[in-house]
Write a protein of this length. Structure first.
Length: 338
């Protein structure tokens, strides 16, 4: 079904319809210009409420054909929203600003281009996360490089109810090994060279920490695995259980689940909240739920993928050639569980 929205002042219109012909799959909503001179910023200013409603219903929106293909244009679009993009704190991967003159518009994660990035909701492991994450294709890769997305409500529905109940009861424990030569050092994670500041952040966020050696910091904390969306009130699978789990690392290294890797070589791991292991079978069940609901489509230059971060997970496919995807994270949400 297609909806046409007419701007009251400019006369420009857009087409809005589900990306998929299958009416059962709502993610993403596709918005394209009806006229070649449609100004996306002006349209957004006049239709913000309907855009927000569509975002919650569908979980994500693909804006295509508006020629937002530079950091400056993307930054202009992001100014339509009543918040400055959030700085990327409590980091789990390296990330650099796309243009030093534009604050908090980042290059998507700098990770080896021959590897996949598993599905996850941005910073769902953290006490603070962005309600929305936005990707803009400045330059598509030669091959691959898609940003797979999945409806986190559907992912939750496709995980065995008994396993979900186990996570509801026990919640999820995260563990990270912060090392300078393996993964990320604590200075990068906490964005400070001052150890006292990092320790203070841990205390304020109910994160336990210890040092194995001078530069080897281990941090642990517990969070829910299932959240209720603040607007729709729907339950959603919002966590890094799979992404941070040791079996994810095993698969990345080409290892089998029954192989063994010493704990100090794991940059992260996840457990049930009481510290008990998540089995390979339980990990695989979660991964299968993501795979069942994964949506993958190639980027076109100027595409904007706008996700409700609590309703839609994302990842990254391997790619070849240059790829420039700008990213912004907005609207802070805070964990009230501690």
């Amino acid at each position: 079904m297609e909806n046409n929205l007419q701007e009251p002042n400019t006369g420009a219109a857009v087409s809005m319809r589900p990306f998929h012909d299958n009416g059962d799959q709502l993610l993403p909503l596709l918005i394209t210009p009806r006229n070649g001179d449609t100004d996306l910023v002006q349209w957004m200013l006049h239709n913000k409420e309907q855009f927000e409603q569509g975002l919650v219903k569908h979980g994500g929106i693909l804006l295509r054909g508006f020629d937002v293909d530079t950091a400056e244009k993307f930054n202009g679009f992001m100014k339509c929203f009543n918040t400055e993009p959030l700085p990327y704190m409590f980091r789990s991967s390296p990330r650099a600003e796309l243009d030093k003159k534009i604050k908090n518009i980042y290059l998507s994660t700098s990770y080896p281009n021959d590897r996949s990035i598993n599905m996850h909701n941005e910073s769902s492991y953290s006490r603070v996360w962005g309600k929305k994450i936005v990707f803009c294709c400045v330059k598509p890769s030669d091959t691959g490089g898609e940003t797979p997305i999945a409806d986190s409500r559907r992912v939750l529905q496709d995980i065995d109810p008994q396993l979900v109940a186990k996570f509801r009861e026990k919640r999820v424990k995260y563990r990270r090994n912060l090392l300078p030569d393996l993964g990320m050092p604590w200075q990068e994670v906490f964005q400070t060279e001052n150890l006292a500041e990092a320790e203070d952040t841990c205390r304020k966020n109910n994160i336990s920490y210890r040092f194995e050696e001078q530069d080897h910091m281990i941090i642990e904390w517990v969070k829910p695995a299932v959240y209720r969306h603040p607007v729709s009130k729907e339950e959603t699978w919002f966590n890094h259980v799979m992404f941070f789990n040791k079996f994810s690392r095993y698969e990345e290294l080409g290892m089998e689940h029954d192989d063994f890797l010493p704990e100090e070589y794991l940059t992260s791991d996840t457990f049930f909240g009481d510290g008990t292991e998540i089995t390979a079978e339980e990990y695989t069940a979660i991964k299968n739920a993501y795979d069942k609901n994964k949506i993958v489509f190639p980027y076109q230059k100027g595409d904007i993928i706008f996700l409700d971060n609590m309703l839609a997970a994302h990842g990254r496919s391997p790619y070849s050639g240059d790829r420039v995807i700008a990213t912004a994270i907005i609207e802070a949400a805070y964990d009230n569980e501690f």
